[in-house]
Ligand binder design. Structure first.
Ligand code: NPG
Length: 372
């Protein structure tokens, strides 16, 4: 056994429920409370934490919380434990590779192992990944609001706090007029829109109209499985298309950029199966000259801290959906991640992810648990 091997004694799954400061509505529906699975790894002398970013319903992707719980408990955790001590973080992906899909569940387990592994070495995630900055620029994602006035008030609040880019969620029927009004009110604010795959190529005229509004990007306009149609749409637009749901691996990123289906990549470690694959997506995008940024999935501080470390990578050149804890939670599970007045957040620099859930807050939010 190598000196640095990590012997895992047990893995605990905890489902938590945290109230959101305001409901978050997208073209998929509305979230009023944050539900997540936290994965906790216990080894000889260190613990590690990971967060699974599944929603409660399989709308954003085919994964959902209830399914991820079973995938972790019945397949992923047993496969990880069966092969003995972990010799290097890449072992996790290799041991779980036989399971098709379930990327968000795999990512949570990998994050927990990586956290424990790095804590044992006294190394931070950001330095392990090769991050090049100690604070990162943050944008904010604004849900679909009840009225344009309510939305503008919310946006002004975020801009006053320092956020550097505003992303508007659009859906058929609530798109061009809303974006036009926001653009009219905020002529100089970096603005993007996110359609969460709600449109068809026949909606190209709508995107051509949005193309006139000087947006930073148009995110995931069309079906998540259709790169060819995204390439056809991108060819008609000056505004870069950014892909989110369509990119599940570094392989997808390479294909999408080469096909001209997008010019920008949104990286989410959960969507691509882990932090290490997220770095490979970053590397592929950087090699092909496509800017990337780090997305968000309403994570608690546990997942948010890992996103901040990824946002420090050199090819991440656009502000991410890495907003502060108080964007979503009155009280985060970890010490809050705080936005500075210049619109940046400090990348946690302690060992591992650099944050951990506070015991009392965690216990108060747990709704189910299982030890394996
Ligand atoms: O700031 O964490 C955040 C959320 C950013 O808009 C955001 N996320 O489509 O990217 C998305 C969206 C999302 C949230 C998707 C939750 C799925 C679940």
């Amino acid at each position: 056994m190598s000196e640095t091997a990590l012997a895992i004694r047990s893995v605990e799954l905890l489902e938590i429920a945290l109230p959101l400061v305001r409901p978050f509505r997208t073209s998929f529906g509305e979230e009023r409370e944050k539900r997540a699975i936290l994965v906790s790894i216990v080894s000889e002398d260190v613990a590690g934490w990971g967060e699974c970013v599944t929603s409660t319903e399989p709308r954003y992707s085919e994964e959902w919380l209830g399914g991820a719980w079973i995938a972790l408990a019945d397949h992923l955790v047993p496969s990880l434990l069966a092969a003995g001590p972990i010799l290097e973080p890449e072992d996790v992906g290799r041991r779980l590779a036989w399971v098709r899909g379930h990327r968000m569940a795999k990512a949570a387990l990998e994050a927990a192992v990586l956290d424990a592994w790095l804590r044992a070495q006294g190394q931070s995630l950001v330095s392990y990944l090769g991050g090049v900055r100690d604070r990162v620029e943050c944008g904010v994602s604004v849900g679909i609001a009840s009225s344009i006035d309510a939305m503008l008030e919310e946006i002004h609040g975020y801009l006053a706090k320092g956020y550097r880019r505003v992303k508007l969620k659009i859906e058929p029927g609530r798109d061009l007029e809303v974006v036009r009004q926001v653009r009219g009110e905020l002529p100089d604010t970096p603005l993007s829109v996110d359609a969460n795959a709600a449109y068809e190529l026949s909606d190209a005229p709508l995107f051509e109209a949005l193309d006139e509004l000087g947006l930073v990007m148009i995110e995931q306009p069309l079906d998540h499985e259709d790169l060819v149609e995204h390439a056809a749409l991108q060819a008609r637009l000056r505004t870069p298309i950014c892909l989110d749901e369509s990119i599940r691996s570094a392989r997808d990123a390479k294909a999408a950029i080469r096909l001209g289906a997008c010019r920008v990549i949104n990286i989410k470690p959960g969507r691509v199966g882990g932090i290490l694959e997220a770095r490979r997506v970053h590397d592929a995008a950087k090699r092909q000259g496509a800017p990337c940024w780090i997305g968000g999935m309403l994570e608690t501080g546990v997942g948010r801290a890992a996103n901040l470390a990824l946002a420090a990578l050199p090819g991440v050149t656009m502000p991410g959906d890495t907003s502060a804890s108080d964007r979503y939670f009155a009280q985060d599970l970890t010490e809050p991640l705080v936005l500075q007045p210049d619109g940046t957040i400090a990348v946690p620099s302690g060992p591992g992810m650099g944050v951990e859930p506070q015991r009392g807050r965690l216990e108060a939010s747990v709704v189910r648990r299982r030890t394996i």
